[in-house]
Structures are given as C-alpha cells and as structure tokens.
Write a protein that binds this ligand. Sequence first.
Ligand SMILES: C[S@@+](CC[C@H](N)C(=O)[O-])C[C@H]1O[C@@H](n2cnc3c(N)ncnc32)[C@H](O)[C@@H]1O
Length: 229
Amino acid sequence: MGLLSNPPDSKHTRAKFNKWSPCYNWDVNDWDWQGPEHIFASVLNNHDTASLEDFKVADLGAGTGILTRKFINSGSDVVAFDISEKMLGELRKVNPNVPVIQSDMQAGCVPSRSDQFNIAVACGLFEFIRDSDRLISELSRITKKGGTVSFTTLETEATVQKVDRLISGLLSYVTPRKLPHRTMAHKKDSILASAGRTGLELNEHSKVKAYRPAGIGTVTYNLFNFTKI
Ligand SMILES: C[S@@+](CC[C@H](N)C(=O)[O-])C[C@H]1O[C@@H](n2cnc3c(N)ncnc32)[C@H](O)[C@@H]1O
C-alpha cells in the first residue's frame, strides 16, 4: 500500500458526495457509467438469474443505488452501506424498503456479522480507501462460503490523475470551496495477495471501460470476481 502526502479523507469524501447526491445519477449517466453493469454481469457468471431471488447482497459504497437496483430487480434482498447519508437518501427515494447503513469503510470495519451475505460488491469504492487489504478482508468476512465477492479498483497513477482532475472540477461545482482530495490506485498483485490471504479464490480479473467523461477520456477499472472458499 503506497502512502500519499494527501490521501483520501473520509470527511471530505462524505461532504463531496453529500453535495453531489442530487445530480450524481444525471452526471454519471452523462459519462456513460458502466461500472455497475460490469459487476452485475460478472456475478451472473457465477450464479444463474433464478438463484439471485434467494440471495442476500451487501452493496458497499452503494451510493444512489444503481447497482443495488440491479439485484433488487432480480429479487435479491440488498443491504446498502455508504458514508454519505445523502447518497443513501437518494437510494431510498427510489427503493424505500432497502435497509441502508451509513458507515465509513476507511475505518476498516463493515458493520455486519460474519457469513451474512451470498454476494458482496463494491463498485467505485476502492479508490477512496487507503487500506485495500483491510476492506478485502471485511468483504470476505461478511460473505458466506461459496458466495461471490466482486469489486472494481483503479490501478495506474495515470488513471488516478484523470479521476482526480474530474473530481477537482466536480468539487468546485458541488462545494463552495475546494476540498483537498486524492484518489488511490491499488496494484492488481497486491489485491490478489490480500484476497488469497482471506480465503477468496479468483474467478475473473479483467480491465473494463468504466466511464467516459467529456475532456477526460476513458477511465479503465480493474474488475475482480472471487468465490469465498
Ligand atoms: C463513485 S461512487 C459509486 C456509487 C455506486 N456504487 C455506483 O456504482 O454508482 C462512490 C461511493 O462510495 C462512497 N464512499 C466513498 N468513500 C467511502 C467510505 N470511506 N466509506 C463508505 N462509503 C464511501 C461514496 O459516498 C459514494 O457513494
């Protein structure tokens, strides 16, 4: 894990997403946000659509619930976790029955008992998290044996710089003053090593085109899909 002089700060991240929440869906739609679609498709490589009906899903960094809704629409029960109460508020406007838990994943602890979920996903969350090892261990802990853990990460410094440029522009638009911010890249090998230590067996690693904001170009994510063994 690299240490940054200006690492992501949960207080600022929460403030930014709280401010951004009313127009988040509109913006990411404009950027052709494909992250949730990629994660959902990768989960369907492990489980058929019918089995999703009986599943309990943890969506970490659920935001306004774009990925949550894909599971809800397949009949799963979803619990949504996020640091931003206003992003979760937007989720509840559309899905008032989804349990939401406001929590800071930077703190390295998911507020759930162990072995609770058939599927645990995190789409677009890891770039805000310093300690990927800790978060992977938590994703594994809350997932039942035979269940799926799937998430996206940023890998290269070049991608981080693109995302930071985007976020800086967004900060000046959604917040009255510019807040310091820096997203995090996580190396594939370090993700795989963490996953191996915590009982996650790799099914899929791929590079996926996540979004294409005007003036920034295509942002590519690493997508991981594991089975808890
Ligand atoms: C890029 S958005 C992705 C939202 C959603 N998963 C999607 O695909 O549209 C990142 C989300 O992670 C949440 N987040 C960022 N840092 C967090 C933290 N430390 N703990 C929990 N959630 C966090 C943000 O509030 C935001 O809702």
